[in-house]
Design a protein around this ligand. Structure first.
Ligand SMILES: Cc1ncc(COP(=O)(O)O)c(C=O)c1O
Length: 395
């Protein structure tokens, strides 16, 4: 026992992934190339850090812990900066092409050549914070009006940041899935365009572009490494991040790609439940998890189509692990870097440490002293108030 985290019960399902074609047919290499060329040309683009947490690795008994810190991404504090803004640009591209009957290139939109057209195309989405921030930022950049739907539990701090980017923010009484439904209904009624990070039947292009945008971070990771990690722990909300990263990793490393472990809050474990039942399954969210970005009851079918073919393991974690893990990164073990991480960012690390504290689970996950584990620190301090409470040990 390391005693780094309080004792916890994790649930785990192991499956034998069939490894199919979905990761190529849904997210092609060419799609990742186009997204990467565009996003890396934006002002403020910089690679985010990939840290090796050496003392932590030694303490928990693995060979390496790699932590990709998305906190600094475009000043928006999360990896979501890569997806929503890019998908917005692609919606504008398709719409302006339809209106003018001509091919439209992304650079011309970005540099204001179509600003009158953009001003007449309203983009909307539901969010629990980070996707909406990316969309609002993109809309402001490209000159399109933006409406963001948030659920009752999204903090006022997160809402204000989207307003500061010029978005109209509409708060509803219900939960995340209800905010998604309302965004759809109002968009249909008003001729607005939904830019969602989750997919549904008949709606796949923006969520596909969102996942293609996440390829930027994955490519930064694999270009920095001379061999594949043995495991990657990917936290799931609707599954878009996990599917996008998995697709890019397997396209690059093929059968040497890391074992994919999906981690979710036990309060919102829709991918876990989908693995258990063998089909995309919705769960009811009875209580909001502290991992705000992962509080989704309905998997994205597009993402699930990739994960059901490529993911080996599904793990759920309780909320009690999150504040101590945030503090462990902020006040690191000697020699490790100091990292500011949000609640959803640390889910993978929480699961890894808890698994190494449980010999049966570690063994079921194939984790031992030779394991080299990649973690995605998907956000920095996206909500300063909650972060301050965690650091003050009030949660
Ligand atoms: C910080 C953070 N990490 C992970 C996720 C999960 O991404 P997805 O919903 O694509 O599974 C989210 C989603 O909002 C998030 O905000």
């Amino acid at each position: 026992m390391t005693n780094l985290l309080p004792p916890a019960t994790l649930e785990h399902i192991n499956v034998v992934p069939p490894h199919g074609d979905a990761l190529h047919s849904i997210l092609s290499k060419e799609g990742f190339d186009v997204a990467e060329a565009e996003i890396t040309s934006w002002d403020g683009y910089e690679e985010t850090p990939l840290h090796s947490l050496k003392t932590l690795a030694e303490t928990i008994g693995v060979a390496e812990v790699l932590y990709k810190d998305e906190g600094p991404r475009f000043g928006l504090a999360s990896f979501k900066a890569l997806g929503g803004a890019y998908a917005a640009l692609r919606v504008l591209q398709r719409q302006i092409a339809l209106q003018t009957g001509q091919t439209v290139n992304l650079e011309d939109i970005r540099t204001g050549k179509h600003k009158d057209s953009c001003a007449g195309i309203t983009l909307v989405s539901a969010t629990d914070g980070n996707h909406g921030r990316s969309l609002a930022w993109g809309c402001q950049k490209f000159g399109a009006p933006c409406r963001i739907y948030i659920h009752a539990e999204v903090s006022e701090g997160r809402a204000q940041i989207m307003r500061d980017f010029g978005a109209d923010v509409i708060r509803i009484e219900g939960d995340y899935d209800e905010s998604v439904a309302l965004a759809k209904t109002e968009a249909d009624a008003n001729g607005w365009f939904v830019v969602s990070d989750t997919s549904w039947e008949g709606y796949t292009e923006p969520p596909r572009d969102v996942m293609a945008g996440y390829g930027v971070l994955t490519r930064e990771v694999y270009r920095a490494l001379d061999r594949a990690p043995t495991h990657v722990f990917l936290q799931g909300g609707v599954g878009g991040m996990a599917a996008g990263i998995t697709a890019a990793l397997v396209q690059h490393w093929g059968d040497k790609a890391p074992r994919v472990v999906i981690v979710e809050p036990d309060l919102a474990a829709c991918l876990f439940e989908s693995a258990r039942t063998g089909t995309a399954t919705t769960v009811h969210i009875a209580e909001e998890t502290i991992m705000a970005g992962l509080s989704c009851g309905e998997p994205s079918p597009l993402a699930w189509a990739i994960l059901e073919q490529e993911a080996s393991d599904f793990v759920t974690i309780p909320d009690t692990l999150i504040p101590p893990t945030v503090r462990l990164l902020a006040r690191p073990l000697e020699g490790d870097p100091t990292i500011e991480a949000g609640e959803s960012a640390v889910a993978g690390l929480s699961a890894l440490i808890a698994a190494m504290d449980d010999p049966a689970l570690a063994s079921a996950l194939g984790l031992d002293a030779t394991a080299r584990v990649l973690l995605i620190g998907s956000e920095g301090i996206t909500d300063p108030e909650i972060y301050a409470k965690i650091m003050a040990e009030e949660v």
